[in-house]
Design a protein around this ligand. Sequence first.
Ligand code: MN
Length: 129
Amino acid sequence: MADTKRVLVAEDNDANYSLVAYVLARQGLAVYRARDGQETLEMASEDPPDLLLMDVQMPKIDGLEVTRRLRQLPATHSLPIVVVTALAMRGDQQRAVAAGCDAYLAKPVSPTQLIEMTQRFLAPTNGDS
Ligand code: MN
């Protein structure tokens, strides 16, 4: 369908990606993947998704730095970005917010929280965009 929402998952770990992709696909979302920070930066800026789930620890460029750079680009200045932080460390969350994310999720990811988060950012709105 033309209005299927697209979620880019930036995640270098196969098992983590598999869980997130499974949960999101069951929500009827189109899920695709970036495996490192450089790839995330390129894919998100060239064809912005409807939502970006951002791992922090990734090869080449970490997720917080990718978030900062995306915020400086017109195409992704207001793209919804949810940072996924290991162990929900308070310092990580503060750094994620400072980098410009909209929200954060703790690892290991709870499917219930993941669904709530995606619905929050991908809720149907009046009018297409
Ligand atoms: Mn990682």
